[in-house]
Design a binder for this molecule. Sequence first.
Ligand code: GDP
Ligand code: MG
Ligand code: ZN
Length: 293
Amino acid sequence: MATGRIIKAIGGFYSVDDGSKVWQCRARGVFRKKGITPLVGDWVEFEPVGTDEGVVTEVAPRQNSLVRPPIANVEQAVLVFSLREPDFSTLLADKFLVHVEQAGLEALIVLTKADLVDDEEEIDAVRRLYETPGYPVVATSTVTGRGLEEVAARLKDRVSVLAGQSGAGKSSLLNALVPELKLPTGAISKKLGRGRHTTRHVELIRLPDGGFVADTPGFSQLDFGDIASTELAACFPEIRRAAEGCRFRGCLHVREPDCAVRAAADTGAIPPSRYRHYLAFLTEIREREARRY
Ligand SMILES: Nc1nc2c(ncn2[C@@H]2O[C@H](COP(=O)(O)OP(=O)(O)O)[C@@H](O)[C@H]2O)c(=O)[nH]1
Ligand SMILES: [Mg+2]
Ligand SMILES: [Zn+2]
């Protein structure tokens, strides 16, 4: 009996990485009966057949699993935002962060294209903004090499999924971390068309220093579809903490009396933009809930 991690799944075939080599496995029929589909990211037991094939016999309990992309045991979301082309948007960043929190993942914010920014203070301001909720921020450039070592260190020995809008620099960043990858970037990747990419299987890419990154972007839909208005505050760590001081348990931190969140936003202890985005997302979610009931 051997153990490993599924790094690729195509049509009932699973590539299982045992730490030193990759085995081509099928899954035992019992999984189908039990309603278990092995996922990329799963830790499994398998029975070797010959020198490089095998049969998956056991799937270890999952820490978590994402639906899109379908991956198990992801630990970290790497949110990739460009500082320029397009400009950094705190609204977009906060939207992604809510989805990361909802999925129960840790977040790492990677700012790309730092070579296009003249004023270093702009980067420091983003770093300070996300210190309050507690998200690490790394400024990078694939042109100058800035920040790449720190990103590699933060990805080491973990399973991460990249997220971020098209053009943010995700493929460029992956190419810089894993040189033999040679993913298409920029104009070339757009020319290849979406169809090819959206129908692709999910695969975990092994990082040179250890750890894996999913090769498909996570959180492609940012519509708050599965977040309830009562759950939103918990997706902002600094609001979640401040809410312990609110007078009412069900406080939504809008206009309720003795709201500790609103008080903290007034003093700046909660960054004003974060509180503003909380209110904007809350409105969006409540409108959806009103339509539904
Ligand atoms: N100046 C500069 N341009 C970059 C950097 N990273 C990516 N780009 C450019 O940004 C565009 C989009 O990059 P790409 O990696 O394809 O983004 P993706 O859509 O998120 O995968 C391409 O034209 C890249 O050459 C960077 O650090 N500095
Ligand atoms: Mg890309
Ligand atoms: Zn409150």
